[in-house]
Design a protein around this ligand. Sequence first.
Ligand SMILES: [Fe+2]
Length: 240
Amino acid sequence: MRFPDQHLDAVALQDFSRRFGSIQEMLTGYHEPGMPEVGILSNVVENGRPIGLADAGQDWHTDMSYNPTIGFLNVLFAVKVPRRDGKVLGGTCFVNTHAAYDDLPSEVKARLADATATHDFNKFWENMRRRPGSTRGPMSEEQRRKAESDRTLAMLFAHQLQPKFQYTHRWTEGDVLVWDHVGTLHSAIADYGPDEHRLMKRCQVMADRIFDPACACWRRASSQGPGNRPFVPPPENGRS
Ligand SMILES: [Fe+2]
């Protein structure tokens, strides 16, 4: 969901984001002064020091899926957008994973109906181990038994990245983009140079309040499906 032409200070961005749940603090140190819930993503360098995280999210992923409390929403506010020869750079690509699931063959849906997924570090370990010079040990027997899982995941990963499920957002200064982590993937496009400045402010909202029974009306409203979601703010006096 896009809210164009916004003029928000850090407090307003934080207050808006808190309406939807708790906000994960930035652990990188790149955040508004005294406000670890308002992160800064930027390639701007001031006084020899980067003011923000410069390489955030430059591959397909969804945020915080590995946390005990998963991510719910990302709220990203565009302050500076790079351009070259009139072309907007530094876009963000999205995949609609609801649509990707709906498009799976019915026999695949049936096979996956009771499947569970664990978000862990093993796949990254194996990728690192295959690099020249790696001293990491071979996979364990348990890891080898995961081969069927790997084939299924490879099929699903390729399926969900088909262009028909994708949308690329070209930013304009003042855009606030709010997206649902559970039903999307996203990837930042690193097509700009160090002197083409990009500055975003971000709040990462956790999926805590959305599962609170007191917030059931909000959950019902938000479950109408992608592309048809009315904006219904949760109660002002709820937990934040
Ligand atoms: Fe991300």
